[in-house]
Write a protein that binds this ligand. Structure first.
Ligand code: ZN
Length: 235
């Protein structure tokens, strides 16, 4: 299968679904990771343009560790907007390029506007991409793709209905997350948290809920044409 994870900021992939993507890759699937926002506002001292470049390098280093193909929509932080036609066309082009069998993105109930808008952008673009006469210059139409929503920040307002055991993938997930050095500092300064420690707590909680050490939780988008008669997430 071809997997497309559309996450907002450059470290969200590791936090929300990194273990699951590592598992897909180990099982021989092709994994594409798209960052919608470039992360340029995520620091107290480093200025936006410099930070944008630092974060692109951090993301590349992380994706290279797992053999993921990285795509950036390069939209400025705090400006993700699902009603913006330029952003919609970028997302349609990315979906038509990746031709995914499944898309993983943020929950529409997540904690910040950029995450919520990313989710809405994916929902719209993944249907629009299936219509061959809509923006035909952006590539060949795709099928209407199943969408899985990943856990929210701290698991707030999110009840998973599907779980992936990531116990064996946890070590690499944490190494990949550690590539985002600028964010370890930002999250300490802005939110007062140790990001490695926090994500481990959530993975342990989701693990407890499904009887393994560490897990990631998801919910499917339940809608016509988005369903499949087999399990889409990795075993
Ligand atoms: Zn984020």
């Amino acid at each position: 299968m071809r997997i497309l994870a559309v996450m907002c900021h450059p470290d969200d992939m590791e936090l929300c679904c990194g273990g699951t993507l590592i598992k897909y890759k180990k099982q021989g699937h092709e994994v594409f990771v798209c960052h919608v926002a470039n992360g340029n506002m995520g620091h107290m001292e480093i200025m936006p343009e410099e930070l944008r470049e630092i974060r692109a390098k951090e993301a590349k280093k992380s994706c290279d560790m797992a053999g993921f193909r990285l795509i950036s929509a390069d939209i400025g932080d705090l400006t993700v907007n699902s009603g913006n036609e330029e952003q919609l066309s970028k997302m349609i082009a990315i979906i038509r390029y990746a031709k995914p069998d499944v898309i993983i993105t943020h929950s529409p109930n997540d904690y910040c506007s950029d995450h919520v808008e990313t989710s809405k952008l994916v929902f719209k673009a993944s249907f629009d991409a299936s219509c061959p006469h809509f923006m035909p210059h952006l590539g060949e139409a795709t099928a209407v793709t199943p969408i899985y929503y990943s856990d929210t920040d701290s698991g707030m307002n999110f009840i998973p209905t599907e779980y992936v055991d990531i116990t064996e993938e946890m070590e690499l997930k944490e190494k990949m997350l550690s590539c985002h050095e600028s964010q370890a500092k930002w999250l300490k300064d802005h939110d007062g948290i140790d990001v490695i420690e926090e994500q481990r707590k959530l993975a342990a909680l989701r693990g407890t809920q499904c009887g393994v050490k560490y897990a990631e939780g998801f919910t499917p988008l339940i809608a016509s044409q988005r369903m499949r008669p087999y399990r889409v997430l990795p075993q």
